[in-house]
Design a protein around this ligand. Structure first.
Ligand code: FE2
Length: 230
């Protein structure tokens, strides 16, 4: 059984340590200090350091943590699936936000980087939208109780924007009422119910786009309008 520990850093970045009883891997770790302290307290050995994608706000902590913990930085997505204490962690390619974006999946949780945020999705150049949509669909196909651990905490403003787009969505208000960070997390089921980027066929989403004067005739146009703002 592998656990996830979240480490907020910077303005709104979220780094992670995934671990069993003895072994750990860091994902987008941020400053080394709190991670090293947690490893020490739990008696954990850091086996490797990985990243959800190559943006510097996610990779900036790699080197100092590697030096402090004597762990290897493994290329993402080239490193592929890996194991901790015999338990497999699947590296799911989710290109879109960047060509090299990946998510880390273990039954029970997924670390989504800048691909999927709570009630929001990452930015994506227009030329990669189709592949980005497929990447989000791949995440949505995970079991609905899977905990979603995103790469940034944009939750407050994302929920506010979702409320403008889909004012009648009661599931979102229920999510807001029950939401108790830390950790900053939702589930795949929550995202299906509250994330406007994944709900482009909902009448309220279509109406909002039309009111905003955006092209909204096809699912593709609606997704583009939400992600790119045009
Ligand atoms: Fe990013």
């Amino acid at each position: 059984m592998l656990e996830v520990r979240q480490f907020p850093y910077g303005e709104d970045n979220l780094g992670y340590l995934v671990h069993g009883k003895k072994e750990a891997a860091a994902i987008d770790p941020g400053p080394a200090g709190p991670v090293i302290e947690y490893l020490r307290r739990r008696g954990l050995i850091l086996k490797e350091i990985r990243n959800t994608h190559s943006h510097s706000d996610h990779t900036g902590g790699n080197r100092s943590l590697a030096g402090a913990a004597g762990a290897e930085v493994v290329d993402s997505p080239g490193g592929g699936d890996f194991r901790l204490e015999g338990e497999g962690i699947e590296v799911i390619p989710v290109p879109g936000h960047t060509p090299d974006s990946v998510a880390f999946y273990y039954p029970g949780w997924v670390i989504t980087g800048d691909t999927l945020f709570i009630a929001n999705a990452g930015n994506c150049p227009p030329g990669r939208l189709a592949v980005f949509r497929r990447s989000l669909d791949r995440l949505l196909a995970l079991p609905e109780e899977t905990a979603v651990y995103p790469g940034h905490d944009y939750t407050e403003r994302s929920l506010n924007r979702a409320a403008e787009i889909e004012p009648g969505n009661r599931d979102r208000e229920e999510f807001r009422r029950m939401y108790q960070p830390p950790p900053v997390a939702s589930t795949i089921g929550d995202e299906r119910r509250i994330n406007p980027y994944l709900r482009t066929d909902q009448p309220e989403v279509i109406a909002w786009l039309k009111r905003a004067g955006k092209p909204a005739a096809t699912a593709r146009e609606r997704f583009r309008a939400l992600v790119c703002g045009d």
